[in-house]
Design a protein around this ligand. Structure first.
Ligand SMILES: *Cc1c(COP(=O)(O)O)cnc(C)c1O
Length: 406
């Protein structure tokens, strides 16, 4: 069986983790702080806070920005549910926006969805492909949109407009017009979950890149405290001689990263561009050249003159296929011992969101993308021979279900 997405593991990662285990300090400490510094240097943003997940990062930012009941947050219909669930946790209202042909949120749909209640937009770089951030950033700064923004907290007053919070769970290392994902919007959140490009088993990070008058180090401190129960000192600081006393300044959350997790990240970030991204690009190129000759194969966009993906997913679409036939193709691929996946079932198709009143017919492009999509395996240890085997399985399955002539 060719698995879908096992984590990359080697002796360097094992050694770094073991070093932490015997170091006398296993929770948030020196390695997490070092990992944060390397991430800041890598993304080119202002400061980075590591956490136990991307979900926690998105939610902390919404709380910090004062998002609550009566507020609206614009989220793509085509994403993983974490992007939308955090809005529900804050008591705010989700406003879904349809996708475009490249799977990402449509800027036109965002524009239509904006109301005086809109506080945040959460674009998602699906499969690692950066959204059109120049267009999104220009939209929130447009005079007519800025003037209808109603600030209800100090932070909202300081920014004076809708916050752009990028869900970059897929896209660390992606590039847009020469800049890295991390400094393309006000705030960006990475995921280091086990299936993501750069993993710490579970984990995530908030990249701060807020404009003046915000001090991104101060905002980092504020959210660091928020991630640790609102406690003014973390365990490491309290461990210093005579430094035991602390205060609680709010009912915060508990979502810090451990040094065990950070040790995996430290190894990976230092070889990410030269090693992980090179390997993943090679796999996508190999799929592309093997499948481009088939009329039924629609190859995903992962490079253009102004954008470069993080090569996280290969989102193949079958032209002219109905959802049920696509499902049959997937079954035929699995029968050949190859694991594939679908990214994603649009959220308005899920029971919970349907219950809130959302209907998939309002998001026709998201549905079309989903109904024809099959995600092929992409991971560090996938060899060229395995890529070729995946291609053979896909071609055989499509020809069996749709006929040779398709
Ligand atoms: C994986 C994922 C998340 C959540 O990441 P966690 O680190 O598991 O919380 C959020 N958004 C998208 C698009 C994802 O794929």
């Amino acid at each position: 069986m060719i698995p879908f997405s096992p984590p990359r593991m080697d002796q360097r990662i094992v050694d770094e983790v073991v070093d932490t285990l015997y170091s006398g300090w296993i929770t948030t400490g020196p390695k997490t702080k070092r990992f944060e510094k390397l991430l800041t240097a890598y993304g080119g943003h202002q400061s980075t806070l590591c956490l136990n997940s991307a979900t926690a990062g998105l939610e902390l930012v919404l709380h910090w920005y004062g998002v609550g009941p009566g507020d609206e947050v614009i989220v793509p219909a085509y994403t993983y549910n974490a992007t939308a669930n955090v809005v529900v946790h804050c008591g705010a209202t989700i406003v879904f926006a349809d996708a475009t042909d490249d799977f990402n949120i449509s800027v036109k749909a965002i524009e239509k969805a904006i109301t005086p209640k809109t506080k945040v937009i959460i674009p998602v770089d699906i499969g690692g492909w950066p959204c059109d951030y120049d267009a999104i950033n220009a939209l929130v700064k447009r005079d007519d949109i800025r003037s209808q923004f109603k600030a209800t907290t100090k932070e909202q007053e300081q920014l004076g407009r809708i916050l752009v919070l990028s869900d970059a769970a897929h896209s660390i290392g992606g590039r847009y017009k020469g800049r890295m994902v991390g400094n393309l919007t006000d705030i960006t959140v990475y995921s280091f979950h086990a299936v993501k490009n750069l993993t710490t088993a579970e984990g995530g990070a908030i990249c701060f890149n807020l404009p003046g008058p915000f001090d991104n180090l101060q905002v980092y401190q504020r959210l660091n405290t928020k991630s640790l129960h609102g406690q003014t000192k973390d365990a490491l600081a309290k461990n210093q001689i005579g430094n035991w006393r602390y205060d609680i300044i709010e009912a915060g959350y508990k979502c810090n990263m451990t040094d065990i997790q950070a040790s995996m990240g430290l190894v990976e970030i230092q070889r990410y561009d030269e090693d992980m991204l090179v390997r993943r690009k090679h796999i996508l190129d190999r799929y592309k050249s093997a499948l481009s000759g088939y009329k039924w194969a629609q190859i995903p966009l992962y490079e253009s003159p102004d954008r470069q993906s993080s090569y996280h997913l290969f989102l193949l679409r079958i032209r002219g296929v109905a959802e049920s036939r696509r499902d049959e193709v997937i079954q035929e691929i699995f029968k050949q011992e190859v694991a594939v996946n679908v990214h994603f079932v649009p959220l308005p198709m899920m029971t919970f969101y349907k219950g809130l009143g959302y209907r998939i017919k309002d998001y026709p492009v998201a549905y079309d993308n989903y109904s024809r999509e099959i995600t092929l395996p992409v991971y560090y240890d996938l060899t060229d021979d395995m890529v070729d085997e995946v291609v053979r399985a896909v071609v055989k399955a499509v020809e069996k279900v749709l006929g040779q002539e398709h």
